[in-house]
Design a protein around this ligand. Structure first.
Ligand SMILES: NC(=O)c1ccc[n+]([C@@H]2O[C@H](COP(=O)([O-])OP(=O)(O)OC[C@H]3O[C@@H](n4cnc5c(N)ncnc54)[C@H](O)[C@@H]3O)[C@@H](O)[C@H]2O)c1
Ligand SMILES: [Fe+2]
Length: 462
């Protein structure tokens, strides 16, 4: 008798052979019964409400009035606290008669201890809403503060992603949070993800749940005009990798199993026709504006476009996910030795965008065989001439165009320039392995040896 799996595979083959365009054909796997399919057949797109416009921060006070907010927790970092974006927020709150308290001690590249400090501050207040004004570090800290404020009895590791934490589902109601990004990079304003460095394991991990997603993101390009060159550079490479990784992620129909309950479908679902639209738009925007936006802080057109691209890439990653560059970046950032980047204060840190792009040339050489056409398309959207390119060269071609951007923007020459040697590779691999959530979104499976090789190839990149 023909097995169920055989029937299932046959139906999938027929489905793949038929029209795959979103309008007519993209049906993914066909369900043949109510049993949970081995692979997923559906994807969904979730996103915060996004409002974009020069100067739109002035509306935040009115938004809080509309939410009936009476006592707001405003979170920022010590640097942004003294800049014009913060002034714009507080002016709007004052104009609209909103009571607020400011927490301005967010750590750049937050840790579990810095999260706990912010959570403690939140628990001391009697807040009915949260506003984050800053980069990814601020928005992520604010999401965590909101979550543990709303569930005061929870242990810190309860909600942290497994296997580091317990990965508990969020079944409580968190308070409304408005996010106002001041860097152009993370896209955290649209995601339900909050990332921190877990000091005990020297690697980043996070909390990932739809409940953490801000209800509103105010995307105000005016804030980007004060962003220093290195921050604009490194956070731009965060957008760059978000777009490339979500575009090349495993197709959602290849990830499985389908969840028994739709509420359990993971945030990172794999590439899909909608997130591909965001990724393509971002790659084109990066080609046009990335270098311009870094080299000229007064270029409003370039900086505004990059600010929008960051949010758009956030919608892509928030639903499709990111894979190897991010999975490897978490231990790269977490094991920092003495690297102190310009424009980020005096603590040794490896800024997120820098940690992510370091392995990108090696990663895309490695993943290209999964879908050479898509890798070539990405290279072309970034400006490479792919006329007559051969499929077998897709990885090299995409890697070369990535290196061109890195070189143009004077990115450090590989992990060695950040203080790592060959001897550090086993620890870096050890730190990457718990990032299962990301590694399984890669379009090819990887062994520990593969991860070591990717890191070895990234020690020196030019
Ligand atoms: N939640 C997510 O979905 C997600 C996605 C990617 C990255 N992240 C996380 O986000 C963090 C990185 O965030 P980031 O790259 O946005 O930078 P950041 O928030 O760490 O800020 C970097 C530096 O820029 C300064 N800065 C911010 N805005 C400024 C402005 N307008 N003018 C002048 N200076 C300004 C800050 O004070 C800081 O010194 C990392 O911890 C990373 O892991 C989160
Ligand atoms: Fe990122």
């Amino acid at each position: 008798m023909t097995s169920r799996k055989r029937i299932f595979d046959l139906l999938r083959t027929i489905n793949i052979a038929s029209c795959q365009c979103p309008a007519h054909g993209y049906r993914g796997n066909i369900q043949v019964s109510n049993a949970t399919p081995l692979k997923d057949y559906a994807f969904e797109i979730k996103c915060s409400t996004v409002r974009y416009g020069l100067g739109v921060t002035r509306e935040v006070g009115q938004d809080l009035v509309n939410l009936n907010a009476k006592n707001v927790c405003v979170m920022t970092d010590p640097n942004v606290a003294s800049l014009s974006p913060m002034k714009a927020v507080l002016d709007s709150l004052t104009r609209n008669g909103i009571n607020y308290k400011v927490y301005d001690k967010v750590r750049v590249e937050p840790t579990d201890s810095s999260f706990k400090d912010a959570i403690h501050f939140a628990k001391e207040g009697n807040f009915d809403s949260f506003v984050a004004i800053g980069g990814g570090s601020v928005m992520d800290t604010c999401k965590a503060a909101n979550l543990y404020y709303s569930d005061p009895d929870a242990e810190f590791l309860d909600y942290v992603n497994a296997p580091v934490g317990k990965g508990k589902a969020v079944n409580i109601q968190v308070k409304p949070m408005i996010a106002i990004p001041t860097t152009s990079g993370t896209g955290s304003e649209t995601t339900g993800v909050s990332i921190f460095d877990y000091e005990e394991i020297h690697a980043k991990t996070g909390i990932s749940h739809n409940a953490l997603r801000p209800i509103l993101a105010l995307i105000d390009p005016l804030h980007t005009l004060t962003v220093p060159e290195k921050v604009s550079n490194y956070s731009g490479f965060d957008i760059f990798c978000h777009a490339l990784e979500s575009f090349t992620a495993i197709p959602f129909t290849e990830r499985g199993p389908a969840p028994a309950n739709p509420a359990l479908r993971p945030a990172y679902q794999g590439s899909n026709p909608i997130s591909d639209v965001w990724a393509r738009f971002c790659l084109q925007t990066l080609q046009k504006y990335f270098v311009r936006s870094v080299n000229n802080s007064g270029d409003v057109e370039a900086r505004s476009s990059m600010h929008l691209a960051a949010t758009i890439a956030g919608v892509g990653i928030g639903n499709a996910g990111v894979h190897l560059c991010h999975g490897l970046a978490y231990p790269i950032a977490g094991n920092v030795k003495s690297f102190v980047p310009e424009d980020y204060g005096s603590n040794p840190i490896i800024p997120h965008g820098l940690s992510v792009v370091m392995t990108a040339p090696a990663v895309f050489r490695f993943t290209a065989s999964s879908d050479p056409e898509k890798h070539l398309e990405a290279a072309s959207l970034l400006g490479a001439d792919v006329t007559n390119a051969k499929r077998k060269d897709a990885g090299r071609i995409l890697s070369d165009v990535i290196l061109l951007y890195m070189d143009k923007l004077k990115i450090e020459n590989g992990l060695k320039a950040l203080g790592y040697t060959n001897d550090d590779i086993p620890d870096l691999v050890k730190g990457a392995l718990p990032q299962d959530r990301l590694l399984k979104i890669a379009p090819v499976t990887q062994s520990e040896e593969d991860l070591s090789k990717l890191l070895e190839e990234s020690l020196t990149i030019y």
